[in-house]
Design a protein around this ligand. Structure first.
Ligand SMILES: Cc1cc2nc3c(=O)[nH]c(=O)nc-3n(C[C@H](O)[C@H](O)[C@H](O)COP(=O)(O)OP(=O)(O)OC[C@H]3O[C@@H](n4cnc5c(N)ncnc54)[C@H](O)[C@@H]3O)c2cc1C
Length: 365
């Protein structure tokens, strides 16, 4: 019998190892074919991470002993010092022996059991010409914290690598009365394998596989004012997070929402934002900002990039704000730069970059 793809790639050694995280009392079993990150998360450990595709560097940890197989080149995400100190990316490292690593675990991190379940498309509703509201019914109930995301594993016909998922943030706060319903706002990426398939071929009744929840983007308790910045489909987790804040009676903090879109046709979710406004007890400001609206159109609102306006909108109190941002990585990078230069501490800046497969680290040769 020919050797399986797995044994050709990874040899036919033991199928599981011990993974020690910081101290011997935190030792878990790691399968040879799963990343150190997944081994930790599957066993409820609050490991830091974000993208899980080697693109953000959040899951970096120090390899103290043992051997790993690294799937991608980490050199452009880690500093020279970190490389010298034997840092690795947990999401891109498979164990090849028992392994000991050191990492600062997330404090107070949300931890819901991760599930892998079949999920049926229950509703497809266009929100704009290129954003769909996708409602799914999962076979198994799913709990999550607003701000987290799930991975949709798409049918082979979508042309993605078999079993390879795409990440989508939950667009509503979790509702315990309907634990099998989840909502997503999904933007069509021209040429994108999954989204082109979703927009052209998917229909109500289609079954996909859903894994999750993932991520640690969530509202942190505090009395400080909040600035939320959403770009395009990045409105999904921001909306969920604010709905959750209302439910958790945290809606008395001053709130500014900046929603970046290209033109008036790209604005959506305005009813949901109005619903948040009506239930928000603190000061509430909503500013849509259009980057590509035709000159001379009837649009009376702000034009340009969010970074052109944020300092004027937030005023002197800018550094007091806690910033929550979701959407395209360049938008988030430039906002982080503006906030940091204005004196906002990095401990007050939270974001989920909508990284795609193209941002993943490069495969090691
Ligand atoms: C934590 C997280 C949460 C996310 N949440 C959402 C969400 O709620 N809604 C949503 O619409 N998307 C979200 N994304 C992005 C999403 O996971 C996919 O990357 C996106 O839908 C493209 O998938 P695809 O298969 O169509 O494109 P692919 O086949 O993966 O990509 C095809 C080509 O398009 C480029 N590309 C892919 N995505 C983008 C993009 N967003 N902008 C510009 N170029 C791109 C790729 O680099 C590649 O060259 C999220 C990503 C992350 C990491």
């Amino acid at each position: 019998m020919p050797p399986s793809l797995f044994s050709r790639l990874f040899g036919s050694g033991p199928s599981e190892f011990k993974l020690q995280i910081n101290t011997p009392d935190l030792t878990v079993t790691a399968q040879a074919k799963e990343s150190l990150l997944l081994a930790a998360l599957n066993q409820g450990i609050a490991f830091p991470y974000n993208c899980r595709v080697g693109g953000c560097g959040e899951c970096k940890c120090r390899l103290v002993s043992g051997k790993v197989k690294e799937l991608t080149d980490k050199s452009y995400l880690l500093s020279a010092e970190e490389l010298k100190d034997n840092y690795i990316l947990a999401c891109q490292s498979l164990p090849k022996s028992d392994v000991v690593i050191e990492v600062t675990l997330r404090e107070g991190a949300v931890s819901h059991p991760m599930v892998e379940t079949s999920a049926r498309i229950a509703e497809l509703q266009p929100l704009t010409h290129d954003i769909l509201h996708v409602r799914m019914q999962t076979e198994q109930p799913l709990a999550y914290t607003a701000g987290q995301y799930a991975e949709l594993v798409v049918p082979d016909e979508a042309g993605t690598a078999a079993g390879k998922g795409r990440s989508y943030s939950f667009a509503t706060a979790h509702d315990a009365t309907r634990p099998n319903t989840v909502d997503f706002f999904i933007r069509k990426v021209p040429g994108g394998a999954f989204t082109e398939w979703l927009f052209a071929k998917a229909a109500v009744g289609q079954w996909l596989t859903l894994r999750g929840p993932y991520g640690d983007f969530c509202l942190r308790p505090s009395a400080n004012p909040i600035v939320c910045i959403a770009g395009g489909s990045g409105l999904a987790p921001i909306k969920a997070l604010l709905e959750q804040a209302i439910r958790d009676k945290q809606a008395n903090r001053p709130l500014v929402i900046l929603f970046g879109a290209r033109t008036q046709q790209d604005l959506y979710g305005l009813d949901a934002i109005d619903q948040i406004r009506r239930n928000w007890t603190g000061r509430f400001v909503f500013e849509p900002i259009l980057s590509n609206e035709a000159d001379g159109s009837l649009w009376k609102g702000r034009r340009g990039l969010i970074t052109d306006h944020v300092t004027a909108i937030l005023g002197e109190r800018l550094p007091d704000h806690h910033a929550y941002m979701c959407g395209p990585p360049p938008m988030i990078d430039s906002c982080v730069e503006v906030f940091t230069q204005a004196g906002m501490p990095s401990t007050q800046i939270f974001f989920d970059k909508f990284l795609d497969s193209g941002h993943a680290a490069h495969p090691t040769p």
